[in-house]
Design a protein. Sequence first.
Length: 363
Amino acid sequence: MYAIADRVVFLLLKKKIMSKGILLVNLGSPESPNPKDVKKYLGEFLMDERVIDVPLWARTLLVKGIILNTRPKTSAKAYKKIWWEEGSPLIVLSERLQEKVQKQVDYPVALAMRYGSMTIKKGLQELVDKGVDEVFLVPLYPQYAMATTETIVVLAEEIRQEFFPDLKISDLKAFYNKPEYIEVLSKTIAQSLEGLDYEHLLFSYHGIPERHIRKSDITKSHCKIDGSCCVTPSPAHEFCYKHQCKEVTRLVGGYLNLEEGTFSTSFQSRLGFDPWLRPYTDRTIERMGKKEGIKKMAIVTPAFVSDCLETLEEIAMEGEEIFHEVGGKEFTTIPCLNDNDDWVALMAKWINEWATAEKTVTV
């Protein structure tokens, strides 16, 4: 009798385990570096109301009336510079991460992109087809922002309600300050810097408009933009991208025992004429090389976990060109975490912690 009961419990537990699945979600990429594919991708990306947060009529005029008539050709040339034989670097690296994580967990791991053909709907459908009824949604962004984590979580919920109403979704929160993440990030940086003679380490994060910071301020009063508020404890920090970026820089600097003045924070990839988070990366590189006499610079991009256009072209190519133009000599770009084994192990650890959080089963 007890053996039968034990068998029932085992089967129930097995069913419970097998019903769980993971969906890793990254930014996305054009299908190819062809201007037509780039235009389609940029259109979807820039028409997202959490990326360009202006009224629909204004966003449509800006994106479809102006940007998509000029930017695709320029962006296509940039994509061609960094495109791999296997395809888009971001997609390839994300797939490698997925494959490695899958080997370390007992639950199906799917991969989706916020923009492009590898949709979140397809990712959820893949998991549902495997019998999954509980999904751990993993936005592959260490810091929280409207245009990254929030747009993924919101869209996933909209898709769930429309197509998978019986599906349960929970998500990985911003992990920018988790000690194990800081350790993994710091060690990868240290490995890249080992034996390297450099004068300054620049932490370059993807930029966002300043108004996004104010919109994300749940207190409606804490954020001052000038940075003074970033060091004052506040509930607003849970959703403040600028604070979280600066905190990563501070924590990594502390972990690596970097000397004050030898490392700093900047923000890249601005668009349009509205004020974005400052200081700007391109101007910072120029200033350090031209006015401060820095000859040897290293740069890391912790807002990205996978190398992509913004790291491989904007920083590694354009950034280096700017540095050399103003007299800089050595410019070292530190790779993102990509499919680093320690990063894979940490992701698997978080997944297993989520999957085993509920330990009791009622029979």
